[in-house]
Ligand binder design. Structure first.
Ligand SMILES: C[S@@+](CC[C@H](N)C(=O)[O-])C[C@H]1O[C@@H](n2cnc3c(N)ncnc32)[C@H](O)[C@@H]1O
Length: 297
């Protein structure tokens, strides 16, 4: 909230509503603030709507991908925002519910869709991809050094009908990854699950689309806050902010500027903010979080 710099009577976008914790904090902080809150997960929308109903008409909750935020703003006649927030990744609610298929330790269908009404499940993805392509997904999105071997094991298991649940998947990965290569306190399948989830939900594609237009949504002085949990996402956010902060938007290999465009964003902090040891202790899932903030000029 401190980085968002809430302004009296401001209108804010929470693009990743989840359980509604950030939206509730915002609406409680300033009794005149309004919030447009999006989540693609129908369960999150239901739970957060219940939590936020005490704020009445100050909050609008919509089941939508944040990559369509501009269209939703237009639908509700919101011309500009005083701030936006993306708190990326999976929610505790999603991880904790076995039937959503995100958990390595609670057995459920190998699903992992944030919006369970559309798209392919993690199991469908493993069936569809060739072993090489699956290995690339696990290597790139999970930064998993044993991706090739894991992909082959998962492909064999799915063909033999031995891969239907999250725990079956986690067990197969655990038996494939050498124990010495797993960070203490981490489940051996964490990286693989992260990779499958990112691919199933097209998470990087949604973020890339948002990064293309987010400054247009902000009023002058409005701030965009990004919290990411993955180095790929953080790098995309950093590059996305810098693209609009530069004075010139010509490609790097142009010998001289032909666009004549001034920068439209200012990075309010140059380095990503990381959680304090106290924050990590109270919420261990925050340990890999990185926050970046940009302000519309
Ligand atoms: C880390 S949680 C957010 C937690 C939230 N800030 C809170 O205070 O409870 C991320 C949420 O973003 C949602 N989400 C992820 N990608 C999304 C997207 N492209 N569009 C809309 N919602 C998305 C997920 O469904 C999940 O509920």
């Amino acid at each position: 909230m401190r980085f968002w710099r809430v302004r009296p009577g401001g209108t804010y976008l929470d693009g990743t509503l989840g359980a509604g914790g950030h939206a509730e904090a915002l609406l409680s902080l300033d009794p005149s603030a309004r919030c447009l809150a999006l989540d693609r997960d129908p369960d999150a929308v239901d739970a957060a709507s219940e939590r936020l109903k005490k704020f009445g008409g100050r909050v609008i909750v919509v089941r939508e991908n944040f990559s369509n935020a501009q269209a939703v703003m237009a639908r509700f006649g919101i011309p500009a925002l005083d701030g936006s927030l993306l708190d990326l990744g999976v929610s505790s609610m999603q991880l904790d519910r076995a039937d959503r298929g995100f958990s390595q330790i609670r057995s459920g269908p190998l699903d992992m869709r944030m919006d369970p009404t559309r798209g392919e499940t993690a199991r469908d993805l493993i069936v569809r991809l060739q072993a090489g392509e699956l290995a690339r997904v696990i290597r790139e999105y999970g930064e998993e050094p044993h991706a090739g071997k894991i992909a082959r094991v998962l492909k064999e298991a799915v063909s033999a009908g031995r891969l239907k649940t999250t725990v079956q998947c986690a067990d197969l990965v655990s038996r494939t990854v050498p124990s010495g290569s797993v960070r203490p306190g981490r489940h051996p399948a964490t990286r693989t699950f992260q990779a499958l989830r990112i691919a199933v939900n097209g998470e990087l594609e949604s973020l890339a689309r948002f990064l293309d237009f987010f400054p247009e949504m902000l009023a002058p002085g409005g701030r965009a806050v990004f919290i990411s949990f993955h180095s790929l996402e953080d790098r995309m956010v950093k590059t996305g902010i810098r693209k609009f902060s530069r004075r010139c938007v010509c490609p790097n290999d142009f010998p001289k500027c032909v666009c004549g465009k001034p920068g439209i964003l200012r990075e309010t902090i140059r380095k990503a903010v990381r959680p304090s040891p106290a924050e990590i202790e109270s919420n261990p899932r925050s340990r890999s979080a990185r926050m970046r903030v940009a302000e519309k000029i």
